[in-house]
Design a protein around this ligand. Structure first.
Ligand SMILES: Cc1cc2nc3c(=O)[nH]c(=O)nc-3n(C[C@H](O)[C@H](O)[C@H](O)COP(=O)(O)OP(=O)(O)OC[C@H]3O[C@@H](n4cnc5c(N)ncnc54)[C@H](O)[C@@H]3O)c2cc1C
Ligand SMILES: Cc1cc2nc3c(=O)[nH]c(=O)nc-3n(C[C@H](O)[C@H](O)[C@H](O)COP(=O)(O)O)c2cc1C
Length: 816
């Protein structure tokens, strides 16, 4: 809950104040090396040709300046120690009102004759960029609203760093690789997220520095707190505040001792030189407004670590003796940090690496704004698509009056559901009123109210209903209902290779008949889904008799397209089980890169030359997401008793040459799609079942959906290590809250769990807790594993509760 709230605030602030931070980042980058750039551009303003004559003293320089700029009020005089280094005077121009918030002006003077040299090339540009950085060029300067906005942005930056780290905090922080790296080959959402969170972690320190220091320029309460933290004292008052205070007191008792004018600076200047032997980089003389005031000179040593490492002197203007000497080097660290906050802000406090780090962080700020927006828009698109689907599913497809035809489906892998939608569409096209619904959502009342019911039902396990329809079968079908006014038809899907061919559809048909309903036609059985063109044509005839439009296309149309087998890799050499291969297929057209986690790839496989088996379709769970740019499968090589390889698994893992074309289509397996709403998930699978679960994990990682518990089983802990690195990385980064891996052949004598169901048996309370916390349980893999898991789950949760979870879409299985 708290995490979700933090995520929402992170989004909301990022999408708004992110723009201000973008501006601050760009301007911060431009000004990161402004001094160096100005010096490089300089043509005799910052530096003049050195001459034999000594440079003018401060008093002489100010006198020459006054002669050239009558009425201007100098506040600071900056002098350089290097021969030929120009002096610089900071002043309030003549005629400017006392209340003006405009910053003082600055001009360079020739150090030898005091001639005004003007501004350095590019100085006005950098001044403007700095103003943009500090106050967004808004009116009122540092007293105006700009400072509040940039202050708020700095606070937001601090929040982004802290909340960002909290949101992606890894379960095992020691796993730095997962924490600091991402896969640049990813695309779309996965890439944006990788960039956003991983690069964000790289530069988090820079942002922390910039935000913590930057806030002290915006908010006095922050500066005060920081100073108390670092030095144990309140900060010294800012120059502007000192001036204001001085103005106030000058009207009272201060007026008695104050002597307007300024003292001579030359004695104090000589006093400074006596202290540093005339060896200094630059010195700033604060020009007092009171002739008796002490003179404050701050100077940088030659080779000072940064341009804020000022030594501070307070000197008697008449004798030049120092009343106070504070060397930067002697200050405790906290005072150093407070005094040099600007250098901390720019990273210069930490030398060149610090400057580069801070500049890099600033330059990357726009990237976070952009990737944040891309992620937000992508999420909205996903949300909108889900809402449209949900609406369409609820809306009766009305086109004309008359009775409503209820089209119900019981589907495990989506074929029955898709046929139900096509059935309804054909009826609506013909002017009938039809509504599609899951059989699981119907109860006795709904059936009693219905006039005409068409059911499309698949069979699973050994003659059982699909998972979602189990509760319906258990609650309603154990005895006949009283449904005399209901007319109905059943389309039963199955596979004649199973002993209980179309058993659930047959049971439904018999039950409705026993409930007194009238069949509008005989049961239609479909062998092999959409491939059974004959059976589907018969069903279309039934629909036409009920008023559906005449068929415009055949439902069994083959939509397989030539995908390219681009890579395959044997993942478990030395395994006591069958060979497992990672098979990668790329689409004929990138527009085909559209599917959802849980979907199925249907491959039409052919036998190798000289083998007389006919081409046939086979299903494989998709392990990748569209953002990865390819379909990835985990294929177990099956071996027939005569030593030949299974038709499809042999073709994909051995016979088809790399680069060859594979006829394939992607089938929406809506039953195994991610839950509509964010909720905890328990993922359970064995062997190649990890494929379907990996798709879900990648989906949850992309959308930061947590928590997730993965229970995965294989045979050998040494050989069967598919996706081991990815799983560990997900565990480290918090995508997985819990990972249980069991290996049945690890050590036969060991007492520990060997199969996935053993993990459940040993953790009944944990399973119950997750389910109480609204978790969905997804199972993927072989039938035997799924049946064992189902039994254990039923023993922990109760059969009824498990069936109800299935009906509510919280217990879903992709099994084969
Ligand atoms: C929804 C779904 C998802 C699936 N996902 C995956 C997945 O992610 N990974 C995966 O590896 N599989 C998956 N499968 C299984 C996959 O579809 C295939 O069934 C599997 O690869 C075997 O197909 P095949 O063509 O290689 O073997 P086939 O040629 O169909 O042979 C399969 C088996 O049938 C038996 N058999 C076949 N011919 C003979 C014969 N003449 N005599 C005796 N026995 C015989 C053998 O036991 C053989 O191993 C999934 C299935 C479904 C329904
Ligand atoms: C694991 C598994 C078990 C199955 N068991 C049966 C069965 O017992 N009887 C049957 O007629 N068909 C069985 N089938 C075939 C399905 O009913 C058939 O493929 C159907 O078209 C699937 O429809 P659906 O995609 O809507 O779930 C089984 C299929 C699978 C993958």
């Amino acid at each position: 809950m708290l995490k979700e709230l933090i995520r929402q605030v992170h989004w909301a602030l990022g999408l708004t104040l992110g723009l201000v931070l973008t501006v601050m980042g760009v301007t911060g980058t431009i000004t990161a090396f402004d001094d160096e750039i100005l010096r490089a551009l300089d043509r005799g303003v910052i530096q003049v040709a050195p001459r034999q004559a000594p440079p003018l003293s401060p008093d002489a320089l100010l006198a020459r300046f006054a002669a050239q700029r009558p009425g201007a009020k100098p506040t600071l005089l900056t002098l350089q120690g290097e021969p030929g280094g120009s002096a610089r005077v900071t002043f309030v121009p003549a005629g400017r009102s006392k209340d003006s918030t405009a910053p003082p002006e600055k001009l360079y003077l020739d150090p030898y004759d005091g001639r005004v040299l003007g501004q350095a090339r590019g100085e006005a540009f950098f001044a403007r960029i700095l103003l943009l950085h500090r106050v967004l060029l808004l009116p009122g300067g540092s007293e105006g609203p700009g400072r509040q906005v940039t202050g708020a942005a700095a606070l937001a930056l601090l929040f982004f760093v802290i909340s960002g780290i909290y949101l992606r905090w890894p379960r095992s922080p020691a796993r730095w690789r997962a924490w600091l790296t991402f896969d640049p080959r990813q695309r779309g959402r996965a890439l944006w997220r990788g960039l956003h969170v991983t690069v964000g972690t790289w530069v988090a320190l820079a942002y922390l520095l910039s935000a913590v220091s930057g806030l002290s320029f915006s908010y006095d309460w922050w500066r005060d707190g920081l100073s108390r933290l670092l030095t144990g004292q309140a900060p010294p008052a800012k120059a502007a505040e000192l001036t204001k205070a001085a103005r106030k007191t000058s009207g009272k008792d201060g007026a008695a001792v104050k002597k307007p004018g300024r003292p001579s600076l030359d004695r104090a200047w000589a006093g400074m030189k006596a202290i540093n032997g005339g060896r200094f980089d630059s010195a700033i003389v604060t020009i007092p407004k009171d002739a008796k005031a002490t003179v404050r000179i701050r100077y940088l040593d030659l080779g000072a670590p940064h341009n804020r490492a000022f030594n501070e002197l307070q000197l008697d203007p008449t004798t030049g003796t120092a009343r106070k000497v504070a060397r930067f080097d002697d200050l405790p660290l906290g005072r150093k940090l407070m005094q040099a906050m600007v250098a901390v802000h720019r990273g210069a406090f930490f030398g060149l690496p610090g400057r580069i780090l801070v500049m890099t962080g600033a330059a990357l700020l726009p990237g976070f704004f952009i990737t944040g927006w891309l992620l937000y828009l992508d999420r909205r698109r996903g949300g909108r698509a889900a809402r449209v689907l949900a609406k369409a599913a609820k809306r009766p497809a009305r086109s004309a009056g008359g009775e409503e035809i209820l089209v119900a489906f019981a589907s495990q892998t989506g074929t029955a559901e898709q046929l139900a939608w096509r059935t309804a569409a054909a009826l609506v096209e013909g002017g009938r009123v039809a509504r599609v619904t899951s059989l699981a959502s119907l109860d006795a009342d709904a059936l009693a109210r219905a006039d005409l019911l068409l059911v499309v039902a698949a069979t699973y396990g050994e003659g059982e209903p699909p998972d979602a329809a189990r509760a319906f079968a258990r609650k309603l079908m154990d005895r006949p209902l009283d449904l005399p006014r209901l007319r109905y038809a059943v389309l039963a899907l199955g596979d004649s290779a199973h002993a209980d061919f179309c058993a659930f559809g047959r049971r439904l048909d018999a039950w409705l008949r026993a409930s007194g309903s009238q069949a509008v036609c005989d049961l239609t059985v479909v062998d092999g889904g959409e491939r059974d063109a004959l059976a589907l044509a018969r069903w279309r005839e039934v629909l036409t008799a009920l008023g559906a439009a005449a068929p415009a296309e055949t439902w069994s149309a083959d939509h397989h397209e030539p995908w390219v087998l681009t890579a395959r890799e044997h993942l478990n050499p030395g395994s006591p089980g069958g060979e497992t291969w990672r098979v990668v297929l790329t689409p004929p057209d990138p527009a085909r890169l559209v599917w959802t986690a849980g979907d199925i790839a249907e491959v039409v496989a052919r036998a190798p030359d000289g083998d007389d088996r006919s081409p046939a379709p086979r299903d494989y769970s998709i392990a990748s997401l569209p953002s990865e740019g390819h379909v990835e499968l985990l294929v177990r090589q099956s071996v027939l008793p005569d030593g030949r390889l299974g038709l499809a698994s042999g073709w994909l893992t051995r016979h088809a040459p790399l680069g060859s074309s594979v006829p394939m289509r992607l089938r929406a397996n809506t039953n195994f799609h991610p839950p509509r709403q964010a909720r905890p998930m328990i993922l359970i699978g064995a062997g190649t079942g990890l494929a379907g679960l990996r798709g879900h994990l990648a989906h949850r990682a992309e959308r930061s959906l947590t928590p997730t518990w993965l229970i995965f089983g294989e045979r050998s802990p040494r050989a069967d290590r598919y996706y081991a690195d990815a799983l560990e990385a997900w565990l480290a980064s918090g995508v997985l809250r819990r990972l249980d891996r069991v290996f049945s052949r690890e050590d036969q004598r060991r007492e520990g769990p060997r199969y996935v169901q053993d993990i459940l048996t040993r953790n009944p309370d944990v399973v119950r807790q997750w389910v109480d916390d609204d978790a969905a349980i997804f199972v993927c893999g072989g039938l035997a594993m799924a049946a064992a898991v189902d039994r254990v789950l039923a023993s922990i949760l109760g059969r009824e509760r498990l069936d109800d979870l299935a009906a509510a879409g919280r217990y879903r299985r992709d099994i084969y």
